[in-house]
Design a protein around this ligand. Structure first.
Ligand code: CA
Ligand code: CA
Length: 206
């Protein structure tokens, strides 16, 4: 009976292992992003990983999103003019991230004060043009690729009635299939398989 329990446990472990997904933070706005308040024009700033953004500045961090939404890693960013600049009311921003494998799911979440567009590897994935600050959440899984990925956005403040309080943040959270089981799981699986073999022998199976 004990052995039977061991076999059942090993089967449950095997099933759990097969279905396991590992949550992972893929990208988020912080001071490492490249930002400019000067219109880059109709270039390839939002489509080309190799676009030369050496003339751009590093993002100015305005606040930690976690101060308002616990659990988030992203930071609210803008150009060096800061959150209340009357001259830098539009920014262009970009960053890249590397994926060793494709995630099972990847969700882009964030907020812009007030509007803008977000691109992932050149694909337009978010269009914000409702005229006020708001958040968004979109599945970007189909747009990702193994290797380097480009994420870029333009954000603009179009609601001066309430002040030029511009800011933007985004975060990409993914779930990956767990490719390598942890050592502890390996031992448990090994024990389970040994138990399964012993159980089959007891039943006269080879
Ligand atoms: Ca908006
Ligand atoms: Ca605003």
């Amino acid at each position: 009976m004990k052995r039977m329990f061991g076999v059942l446990t090993s089967l449950v472990l095997l099933m759990g292992f097969a279905a396991q997904a590992q949550a992972s933070l893929i990208a988020y706005t912080d001071s490492s992003w490249r930002v400019t308040a000067s219109d880059p024009g109709l270039g390839n700033w939002n489509t080309d990983l190799l676009y030369n953004d050496s003339g751009w500045e590093t993002a100015t961090v305005l606040y930690n999103v976690a101060d308002y939404l616990p659990g988030y890693t992203a930071q609210g960013v803008w150009s060096s003019g800061g959150q209340f600049s009357t001259s830098e009311t539009v920014i262009w921003a970009r960053d890249s991230f590397n994926l060793g494998s494709l995630p099972l799911t990847a969700v882009l979440e964030g907020g812009i004060d007030d509007d803008g567009e977000i691109y992932v590897n050149g694909a337009l994935v978010v269009v914000e043009n409702n005229g006020y600050a708001n958040g968004f959440l979109v599945d970007i899984t189909p747009y990702l690729t193994v290797g380097d990925n480009l994420i870029a956005f333009r954000a603009y403040d179009n609601f001066p009635v309430w002040g030029y309080n511009h800011a933007a943040w985004l975060q990409v959270d993914g779930e990956f299939a767990q490719a390598v089981p942890e050592p502890g799981t390996m031992i448990l699986l090994g024990t389970g398989i040994a138990g399964l073999i012993a159980f089959r022998k007891r039943l006269g199976l080879k």
